[in-house]
Ligand binder design. Structure first.
Ligand code: ATP
Length: 443
């Protein structure tokens, strides 16, 4: 292990104590069981980049599942094992997840007089990965703790800010790596290396994307939408012709770039201010990516992305709801229109739909009022319930829903703020409504 740089001090400086304890425990357990254990992948990359990352991936040169079981028993937690893949997830009692994989020992027969050699199995494990920057391992066994295992020049690539594949068939093996290359490039503000870029272009000209399943494309798209700046990735995809390669209808025109720009702004604003309800980024951005696609063509896109029936129905419904809401919003004028009217327009929509409307509207006062809705209006509750209506002598029936709805409207518009006012209004509404009801049934 002569040439392995030791980065223990960086590890110590950049990780919380709890994580350092986990690494130490895992290394000690490995030694107890007679196996080398490594932290690998994005976790190690992010230590070198100085970015927080608490997704711990371990590789064990031995039996990963047996290791995971002992680890969980030692630290307190449970194990989900996948025996087919020889992997396990440990979920510790504090919620921390640790992924454990097995690096198989593989023996290679050499011809003639040469002996059978045992190739370092961590090397084989790392060689199957996507990019050099993700193909780093960190030794954690006592005595070797903190030694960086870098077979493929990852440290140099990190220094030079380069995304580079490990071999020339990488994208042929798995074209989704093209999307991953773009995602990491934009996230870290790196550059895809020259040879790697040629391999991407080659893969695209071979139309490897068309062979890729919709489920896998969608999964990578979702990861892109979860990034801090999804638009940067989408623009890069457009530049390389990947949008068209996924589906010609997804090509980003000026209008779509504009709405996506607004969506990123609105989404960041929302994340800063609110935790609830959470936004599902792909639902939000897919609305922008598919803007302008006609009703009778949109199923081509959802079909390509392999949406389930249910996902498709929900997505179409959301688009229809937004279309309807947009029409209604055009007629809503601040000061002249009631706030309860806005409430009724927005209330049926999920948060992604509401944020989309915000991004779509040019009028400052519409944005401001939608913001009011998210901050306050959506949580308004009235001070009376069905039981109260019964107590003041209103006969239970369908009239309850009507009265409660009208009380809500009145409260939002500031016409019945207190419980007292609401009870009075309920009595009055009951009289009016029952009179009207009798009139109608008397006809
Ligand atoms: P993130 O910071 O987005 O979580 P990550 O590097 O941890 O990035 P994951 O998607 O969690 O990425 O994958 C874990 C590891 O598995 C990666 O570091 C990478 O080495 C490997 N990997 C994931 N997907 C692929 C793929 N399609 N081909 C090869 N290796 C992959």
């Amino acid at each position: 292990h002569r040439r392995e740089r030791n980065i223990a001090s960086q590890v110590r400086n950049r990780l919380p104590q709890r994580m350092l304890d986990l690494l130490k425990e895992a290394g000690e357990l490995g030694t107890d069981m007679g196996w080398e254990v490594y932290a690998v992948g994005g976790f190690v990359r992010d230590i070198l980049l100085g970015r927080p990352n608490l997704d711990l991936d371990l590789v064990v040169e031995g039996d990963g599942i047996a290791f995971a079981r002992r680890f969980a028993a030692k630290l307190g937690g449970r194990v989900k094992a996948h025996s087919k893949f020889k992997t396990a997830v440990v979920i510790l009692d504090d919620g921390q997840r640790v992924d454990v994989a097995t690096a198989r020992l593989e023996y290679y027969e050499y011809p003639a007089a040469l002996p059978t050699v045992e190739l370092s199995s961590i090397k084989m494990d790392l060689y199957r990965r996507d990019f050099t920057v993700n193909a780093l391992a960190l030794r954690i066994n006592p005595g070797r703790y903190g030694q960086l295992v870098d077979f493929f020049g990852a440290e140099r690539d990190i220094r030079n800010k380069t995304i580079r594949v490990l071999h020339s068939l990488s994208f042929v093996e798995d074209p989704t790596r093209i999307l991953r290359a773009i995602r990491f490039e934009r996230r870290f503000d790196f550059q895809i290396g020259g040879q790697t870029m040629r391999l991407i272009k080659n893969a695209l000209s071979l139309k490897l994307f068309s062979k890729l399943s919709g489920t896998r494309v969608m999964h990578e798209l979702q990861l892109i939408m979860n990034e801090e700046d999804p638009l940067a990735c989408l623009l890069r995809m457009q530049e390389l012709g990947i949008m068209e390669a996924i589906h010609p209808l997804l090509s980003l025109d000026k209008e779509r770039v504009q709405i996506l720009t607004e969506l990123v702004k609105v989404h960041n604003w929302y994340k800063l201010l609110y935790l609830e309800p959470p936004v599902v980024p792909w639902k939000l951005y897919l609305l922008g990516m598919t803007m302008g696609i006609k009703r009778d063509q949109i199923d081509q896109v959802t079909g390509r992305l392999h949406f389930t029936r249910r996902e498709e129905r929900d997505f179409f419904q959301l688009r229809d709801q937004i279309g309807e809401a947009l029409m209604k919003l055009m007629g809503w004028k601040e000061g002249r229109s009631r706030l309860s009217r806005l409430y009724k327009i927005l209330h049926p929509l999920p948060v992604e739909g509401i944020l989309f409307l915000m991004a779509r509207s040019r009028k400052e006062y519409i944005r401001r009022n939608i913001s009011q809705y998210l901050a306050r209006l959506q949580y308004v509750e009235i001070e009376v319930n069905g039981k109260d209506l019964k107590n003041i002598g209103i006969e239970p029936g369908p009239i309850y829903a009507i009265i409660l709805d009208k009380l809500m409207t009145a409260k939002i518009d500031g016409r019945a703020e207190t419980r007292h006012e609401q009870l009075n209004l309920a009595k009055k509404l009951n009289k009016e409504l029952s009179a009207r009801f009798e009139e109608e049934s008397g006809d």
